[in-house]
Ligand binder design. Structure first.
Ligand SMILES: *Cc1c(COP(=O)(O)O)cnc(C)c1O
Length: 395
């Protein structure tokens, strides 16, 4: 049975054209780009091309792109770089809805004496820019705010955020892992200092990412060693993956149009169809400012994990906001921050599409999911409750 893969915010399929571009670097062209001989030098020009492609996608300069081992490393590098460059400043600002690659670094820094302000979001998952303005302090080293949310697809007003933060001369990082390749990002117009992206979220390979560091902005390397990446990120280049992310960036640029028409159309068809056929279902997040590929829907009185399991039985792969771990039901930190009522938050499903989905696949989901929800509601122990279930019942 073919899987209908609607979990593209978790990871994406490698585009066959990306794989084709990578293969020679896993077989014949194994030279070390730092070597003096032609065999290595040749590879180094392919790395330069990949860097150029990424810069082009973001309207940046190739020298502003540093290859890393993924979005997580880019996020960590940006935060530690900003702190190390301004050792006297001990305050950071972020949001409650960031990816763990930001949140867990912040929690770690709090243990090490830093102070972190976590900005709230409203019921649409949007920030209050006045709250941001009020949180800026003379000792604020860095503001790190994601561009688009992985769980809801909500896009933050990054241009306005940048204006507010840069007016005060404070450093700004954005985790744009979910935004890159889905919406236009023009770094000549958007004055962020650092921006993170990841290969496997844009139909490239896993374990490769990049960090944009604006020319003239202070930078301190996270990994020290060899002089790769002009001493900004040590370690022999992951050549095949770099070539892969470069090709993925080139294809993302070409396919942005499809993302915003074809993919968006499929997402909207799915969303409208589900809301029409399933009662007590709500969309989570600001539908005006949202990635074209994502919808996060809550189904009242059912557990997300149960929906996922039943969908999995029909070959449909999506993701749930809640994780039933260690005997307690914890709805996702994003939905909690948005104040989604527990009776809804437990039954939240994220569908994230890509250009590899088809209208036929969406039809299958629209046919299979309504009876699944109906069945689960019939056996739901809390169908008559207005409050949250007290204990975990999904084991
Ligand atoms: C996936 C993701 C990351 C982590 O990227 P990796 O390449 O998997 O390390 C960071 N931030 C966001 C918003 C993501 O979606």
């Amino acid at each position: 049975m073919n899987t209908i893969y609607l979990d593209n915010n978790a990871t994406t399929k490698i585009d066959p054209l990306v794989l084709k571009e990578m293969m020679p670097f896993l077989t014949d062209y194994y030279g070390n780009p730092s070597s003096m001989h032609k065999f290595g030098g040749q590879v180094s020009s392919d790395i330069a091309k990949a860097r150029h492609n990424l810069a082009s996608l973001l309207n940046a300069h190739p020298d502003e792109i540093i290859f890393t081992a993924g979005g997580t490393e880019s996020d960590n590098t940006a935060i530690y770089s900003a702190l190390e460059a301004q050792p006297e400043k001990k305050h950071l600002i972020t949001t409650r809805v960031e990816h763990p690659a930001i949140l867990n670094v912040c929690h770690h820094l709090e243990e090490r004496g830093y102070e972190v302000t976590y900005l709230n979001v409203d019921e649409k998952g949007q920030l209050d820019l006045e709250e941001l303005r009020g949180a800026l302090r003379p000792d604020t080293a860095l503001v790190t705010i994601m561009y688009a949310n992985s769980e809801t697809g909500v896009i933050f007003p990054m241009h306005e955020i940048a204006k507010i933060v840069k007016e005060r001369g404070i450093m700004l990082h954005t985790d744009a892992v979910q935004a890159v390749g889905k919406i236009t990002i023009d770094l000549e117009k958007l004055p962020v200092d650092y921006l993170s992206l990841s290969g496997h979220k844009i139909h490239g390979p896993k374990g490769i990412g990049a960090l944009f560091v604006r020319k003239g902005v202070s930078f301190r390397p996270h990994l020290r060693g060899g002089h790769q990446e002009h001493g900004r990120r040590a370690g022999t280049e992951n050549t095949a993956a770099i070539v892969g992310i470069g090709k993925a960036a080139e294809l993302a640029q070409i396919n942005m149009e499809i993302e915003n028409t074809g993919v968006k159309h499929m997402r909207d068809t799915l969303e409208k169809g589900l809301l029409k056929t399933i009662p007590d279902a709500i969309i989570n997040g600001d539908t005006e400012n949202r990635l074209p590929n994502t919808t996060n829907i809550s189904f009242k009185h059912v557990e997300g994990e149960a929906i996922l399991l039943m969908m999995d039985g029909h070959g449909i792969a999506a993701s749930s906001g809640s994780a039933c771990t260690s005997g307690s039901l914890e709805p996702s930190h994003v939905l909690r921050a948005m104040g989604v009522p527990f009776t809804f938050a437990h039954g939240s499903i994220r569908f994230s599409l890509s250009r590899f989905n088809s209208d036929d696949e969406i039809k299958v989901v629209l046919k299979e999911l309504p009876p699944i929800i109906k069945r689960l509601r019939e056996i739901s122990p809390y169908k008559n409750e207005e409050s949250a279930p007290r204990s975990c019942s999904c084991k």
